[in-house]
Design a protein around this ligand. Structure first.
Ligand code: ADP
Length: 631
């Protein structure tokens, strides 16, 4: 046996082997696409078998052998037209023209003995026309699809081109015989490659499907992990649907979520709203109520009541699976495609996997939300308790004083109604009552600032104006604050009252914890994208170990007790919350030479014209802590 004969024998055996594989598949899963694939491979396998038999029986030159072989061979383009329709749709007239042409060419084959060249020319034209059409149609389809479907369509398009090349090569090789022998071999190899490409495209074995799907599946799994953090449930569902469709290379997917109490499934309606449907509606509903996967190769026949919806959405084939964890029925997932051959039996494991994964994801998300709700409720309860016990503790002392003083006055009045008014006692009473009012206000304010969004009225304001208001207010109490600020506006978007409150608070603390009654200094400046305000005192300072905690609720540092017992440890907490609500921050540093510097940074509302211009007011005395540290 020559090398050429050996190659040809191997090729032909492979053709037959592939045909057997395709046929088995078609018998197991009898759809139009699998049968058409079997027809395509069967045509080639039949040509191989019949010509071998003819050689063996010595009937190769019998008058009917060639026409019969051509009859079988010309079936291949006909099958290809049908396959184009199965996978991407073919106009009806093309299908009819294909059938008519096949009959015509097959009949023409019987005149082969009389006019061989005409017959060969007709066959070459038939193959080139159909192969070209198929290659174009599948290439176009591959552009429209994703994932595994795209790979399959590409394989088929390449197969169609190789197929044309092979057939043309064989005929041209025969015409040029004996010089065309080499062309014959090349054509045989091309034919084999074509059949392999068709095999991969039309009937890929499971292991190839899995390998092709792997990247999309991985994307699905990776993406779904990030989706855990998505708060908006609709967005989560939409993303999961897209990932599931991509993993299948399908047209789309839909996920219905069970209401839990009423018998409905909630779907995203595609326009930003939820749509409720009876839980058994559509094929997804069937998977949900029956708690099993459902394959509908023709959705309109499986669920005729909704045929128009399937047609409208391009859902020709649908596979669906329930989304369930243990016994909890969460919903159902359906993946659909506009062409039947996209899905096969072994896709069921995939939809089940995706549905299970989705179930775990939704369940975990639910649990996490539940846990954080619980935690928030616990935190709120703890907070209320903390406020209550602080109120009870801190308000009791002034209340006792108020009550004691009032009772004293009451007794005096009872003893001697005509006695002169105890002016000192009354003013002490008023003072303690005012203190009580301030403490209650502070307590309420701190509680209000617990919630985010407490700072409401924001305007773009020149911070120098706020500093000025505070300075004047302090001046009314005979306190001359020293201010250092630039000559140009320092703008920030702030709640004016709240920022003034922070400054008042810091100044009040500076006085409370100041040793020598030297008025505190205020410095306003721009730094990068921030506006900064410092309140600088030369008081007792704060032990380093406690500096982190003084902004906590109810925290009073060890330095406080010996100086004053009036505070509740809420002032700095309120300052911090106000700064945070503005998107800013507040911190403390030691003042050079003793004392503390509190600085608040806020985002500037516009970039500086000249960032370095910081001009001191004439009445400024001495450097700030930061300037000293910089020096
Ligand atoms: P309080 O009502 O006790 O003043 P704050 O929240 O205003 O509560 O302050 C918390 C603690 O931080 C104070 O108890 C005090 O120990 C410390 N502190 C605040 N401001 C200063 C300051 N300017 N100098 C030294 N220590 C301060």
């Amino acid at each position: 046996m020559s090398a050429i004969e050996l190659i040809s024998l191997v090729n032909q055996s492979l053709f037959i082997g592939l045909f057997v594989a395709v046929l088995r598949h078609a018998l197991r899963e009898r759809t139009r696409a699998t049968l058409d694939t079997a027809l395509l491979f069967g045509s080639v396998a039949a040509v191989v078998t019949v010509s071998r038999l003819a050689q063996l029986t010595g009937t190769s030159d019998a008058p009917l052998t060639t026409p019969f072989l051509l009859l079988l061979l010309n079936l291949a383009p006909f099958a290809m037209i049908r396959l184009v329709d199965d996978f991407s749709g073919t106009p009806r007239w093309v299908q009819i023209a294909g059938a008519v042409t096949y009959v015509g060419i097959a009949a023409l084959g019987f005149t082969f003995a009389v006019q061989p060249q005409l017959v060969e020319l007709a066959i070459i034209t038939w193959f080139v026309a159909v192969g070209g059409y198929a290659a174009f149609a599948f290439a176009r389809e591959s552009g429209r699809t994703r994932g595994i479907t795209r790979r399959r369509m590409r394989a088929v398009a390449s197969g169609a081109i190789l197929f044309i090349g092979a057939i043309v090569g064989i005929f041209v090789g025969a015409l040029l015989a004996p010089e065309g022998a080499f062309l014959g071999i090349v054509s045989q190899v091309a034919a084999l490659a074509a059949v392999l490409a068709f095999f991969l495209g039309f009937a890929p074995p499971s292991w190839i499907r899995r390998a092709w799907r792997e990247p999309d599946l991985r994307v699905f799994l990776e993406r779904s992990i990030h989706l855990m953090g998505v708060n908006d449930e609709r967005r989560l569902i939409i993303e999961l649907q897209q990932s599931a469709a991509a993993a299948f290379g399908a047209t789309g997917a839909s996920i219905g979520i069970s209401d839990g109490e009423r018998p409905v499934l909630r779907y995203d309606d595609g326009s930003g709203d939820w749509m409720e449907l009876p839980e058994d509606a559509f094929i997804a509903g069937r998977a949900f109520t029956q708690q099993r996967r459902v394959v509908a190769l023709n959705a309109a026949t499986t669920d005729p009541a909704n045929a128009d919806v399937y047609e409208h959405t391009g859902a020709h084939t649908v596979i669906a699976a329930p989304i369930t964890v243990d016994d909890r029925r969460i919903g159902a997932m359906a993946v659909y495609a506009d062409r039947a051959p996209i899905f096969v039996e072994d896709d069921l494991w995939l939809i089940e996997l995706l549905a299970d994964h989705t179930a775990v994801l939704l369940e975990a998300r639910d649990l996490a939300r539940h846990a954080s709700d619980l935690q928030a409720r616990e935190e709120a309860a703890r907070l209320k308790e903390e406020f209550l016990s602080a109120a009870a503790h801190d308000l009791r002392t002034p209340l006792t004083v108020v009550l004691g003083q009032a009772e004293l006055l009451e007794r005096r009045l009872a003893r001697n109604p005509a006695a002169p008014v105890d002016a000192v006692g009354v003013s002490r009473l008023a003072k303690e009552a005012r203190r009580l009012r301030d403490l209650v206000s502070e307590l309420l304010d701190a509680q209000r600032l617990e919630q985010p969004g407490a700072v409401m009225d924001r305007d773009v304001v020149d911070l120098r104006e706020v500093v000025d208001v505070v300075r004047k207010r302090q001046l009314e109490h005979d306190l001359a604050i020293q201010v250092e600020e630039p000559r140009t506006p320092v703008r920030s978007s702030i709640d004016r009252m709240r920022i003034a409150q922070v400054l008042d608070n810091l100044i009040e603390n500076a006085l409370k914890y100041g040793l020598n009654h030297v008025p505190p200094q205020v410095r306003l400046w721009e730094q990068g994208a921030e506006a900064r305000i410092s309140v600088i005192d030369h008081g007792v300072g704060i032990p380093e170990a406690e500096q982190d905690r003084i902004f906590d609720r109810f925290y009073r540092a060890s330095n406080a007790q010996s100086i004053t017992d009036t505070g509740m440890g809420l002032g700095l907490y309120i300052c911090r919350r106000i700064a945070e609500e503005h998107g800013g921050r507040i911190w403390i540093e030691p003042t050079a030479g003793g004392g503390s510097t509190f600085t608040m940074a806020l985002a500037r509302a516009e970039p500086p014209v000249e960032p370095d211009v910081v001009v001191a007011e004439p009445h400024w005395i001495g450097p700030t802590a930061e300037a000293a540290a910089d020096a």
